[in-house]
Design a binder for this molecule. Structure first.
Ligand code: UT7
Length: 324
């Protein structure tokens, strides 16, 4: 018998405030047209004052638990992927734990920036497959609006806030790629690229949170190649390739990266879940947000083969293949 980490439910939360591209035209030398054509973004959500990453994460978790039809009492642990925690410590996961009224189990955060949800899924999968946990809440939640330099037009128009959650359970599989659940994972990082995307502050340097800095064009050139390669590796490990995939649920950084990766994998855009126009880049939250949207609207159905891939600061990148 092969143990599989299977999806039981998804949910998401978006802050109420919708910010259209046009709002940036008032304070920056930019245009709706530039943002749309270079990134695919039309609007994004920004958290209200006092609305924290843990608050959004807990709301997404509640929605995912409801979708799964189980209570927090049935969860063994919480893993939150975030680079924008409420506080330096404790973890967002422990805050979500108390918000959900859980006094049992464990919680911890994973930090791999935009690839965070893929890393969190890999971690959760390892825990379930090895028998350390039966049911886990895996959450991606971010308030990137709090680390924007509002005078830097090359970054501040690209990011947004939000949270998405996935409940994973344990199920016996046959060990083939026909099983439901997480079938394959591929993780990578290369710290030589650290200057391509980073935040210029932190606990052991400036003592302040800092602002996001990005060499967008250099990263763009890395992204498509690395995303297609990690996707092909993850699929290849289980004897599959691009055309076998029913849905790509990619990290939502830029529509041109999403299109270029799908093209390299030989998949038409009809099989790609795209939310970048509405959410912007929500870093570790973007994949679970897009997943929840596509499960809720009925596009992703039980038995569908789903591929998720992401790249971000580090650089860190990776892919997960799962059958819904
Ligand atoms: O989630 C983590 C991963 N993140 C990514 O993967 C992001 C990867 N990068 C990108 O998505 C794209 O590189 C961007 C959307 C950030 C930028 O698009 P680009 O086609 O690479 O543009 P560029 O950086 O080469 O800039 C082109 C021009 C520049 O002007 P000059 O030097 O050609 O005169 C920029 O100054 O566009 C200018 N520009 C803007 N113009 C109007 C940069 N930002 C803006 C702006 N509005 N907001």
């Amino acid at each position: 018998m092969t143990r599989r980490a299977v999806p039981l439910g998804t949910g998401h939360y978006l802050p109420a405030r919708i910010v259209p591209n046009a709002e940036f035209e008032r304070s920056l030398d930019t245009s709706d047209e530039w943002i749309r054509t270079r990134s695919g973004i039309e609007r994004r959500r920004f958290a209200a004052e006092g609305e924290t990453t843990s608050h959004m994460a807990a709301q997404a978790a509640r929605a995912a638990l409801e979708h799964a039809g189980i209570g927090a009492d049935a969860i063994d642990g919480i893993i939150v992927a975030t680079s924008t925690p409420d506080l330096t410590f404790p973890s967002v996961a422990t805050m979500v734990q108390s918000d959900l009224g859980m006094t049992h189990g464990f919680g911890f955060d994973v930090q791999a920036v935009c690839a965070g949800f893929v890393y969190a899924l890999a971690t959760a999968n390892a825990m379930i497959v090895s028998g350390q946990a039966e049911r886990l809440l895996v959450i991606g939640a971010e308030t990137f609006s709090r680390i924007m330099d509002w005078s830097d037009r090359s970054t501040c128009v690209l990011f947004g806030d939000g949270a998405g959650a996935l409940v994973l359970g344990s199920e016996a599989g046959t060990g083939t790629n026909a099983d439901r659940g997480i079938l394959s994972v591929d993780l990578n990082s290369d710290g030589r690229y650290r200057d391509m995307l980073y935040v210029d502050g932190g606990v052991s340097t400036t003592g302040a949170a800092g602002k996001l800095r990005m060499q967008g064009n250099a990263l763009f050139r890395q992204a498509i190649e690395k995303l297609a390669a990690t996707a092909e590796t993850a699929l290849g490990k289980i004897g599959l390739s691009g055309p076998d995939v029913d849905w790509i649920v990619p990290h939502q950084a830029n529509i041109r990266i999403i299109q270029g990766t799908a093209r390299k994998l030989g998949l038409p855009m009809e099989r790609v879940v795209v939310t970048v126009q509405d959410h912007g880049n929500t870093s570790a939250a973007s994949i679970p947000l897009a997943l929840s949207v596509a499960v809720t609207d009925g596009r992703i159905k039980r038995g569908d083969l789903v591929l998720s891939e992401a790249i971000g600061g580090g650089l860190a990148w990776g892919a997960v293949v799962l059958r819904w």
